[in-house]
Design a protein around this ligand. Structure first.
Ligand SMILES: [Zn+2]
Length: 188
């Protein structure tokens, strides 16, 4: 555990210009439940331990694109693992998520919106001061797979569809004989 020297960096309202000018960095491990929107995606059933989100952020100044003023950039890296619902067997599947992105900072949200179409990198506004936590959570949410699935499901699933032994939920749409009803009829 590294002791944090008296840094004034507030990851919830980061002074990004100063952070980049100082070439500063922050790193932390936060429990998954601290990321509410991401945590809402997790399957909690049978999970004894909470996951951790490990992240680090590093700022740097780079020369402006056309000889303009130096610009603040942020490198954000994170990794975690979230238990999601496997779409094949419906069991929990630990799904690793990783973020490794650069962001370029512009003055405000209007500037970000104006420039967004013209550049490949992601833009963020210096003001209002960004929350690294929120930026990180947005990025992690974007990494969620559309269809979470085990590579190999831990339970056999080959009998799930079309198997007469499963699923009476269809209300008996498929007429099949109930052996016990059949037996009862024969006993009369
Ligand atoms: Zn599965």
């Amino acid at each position: 555990m590294k002791s944090n020297p008296k840094t004034a960096w507030n990851p919830e309202r980061l002074d990004m210009r100063a952070f980049a000018q100082a070439g500063a960095s922050l790193q932390a491990e936060e429990p998954l439940p601290g990321f509410e929107r991401l945590h809402a995606e997790a399957v909690l059933e049978g999970q004894s331990s909470v996951g951790l989100v490990r992240w680090q952020a590093r700022g740097e100044m780079r020369p402006g694109a056309t000889g303009g003023e130096p610009t603040a950039w942020l490198h954000l890296q994170a990794d975690t693992s979230v238990p999601l619902t496997c779409q094949r067997c419906l069991g929990p599947v630990d799904t690793p998520l990783a973020v490794d992105r650069w962001f370029r900072f512009v003055a405000d949200e209007a500037a970000a919106a104006a420039e967004d179409d013209d550049c490949e990198e992601d833009l963020l506004a210096l003001e209002p001061r960004p929350s690294l936590h929120d930026v990180l959570e947005d990025e992690l949410l974007m990494e969620l797979p559309l269809v979470p699935m085990h590579d190999t499901c831990p339970v056999p699933v080959t009998l799930r569809s079309g198997d007469p032994a499963v699923g009476d939920e269809d209300g008996g749409a498929s007429p099949r004989k109930n052996p016990f009803a059949e037996l009862a009829r024969l006993k009369k």
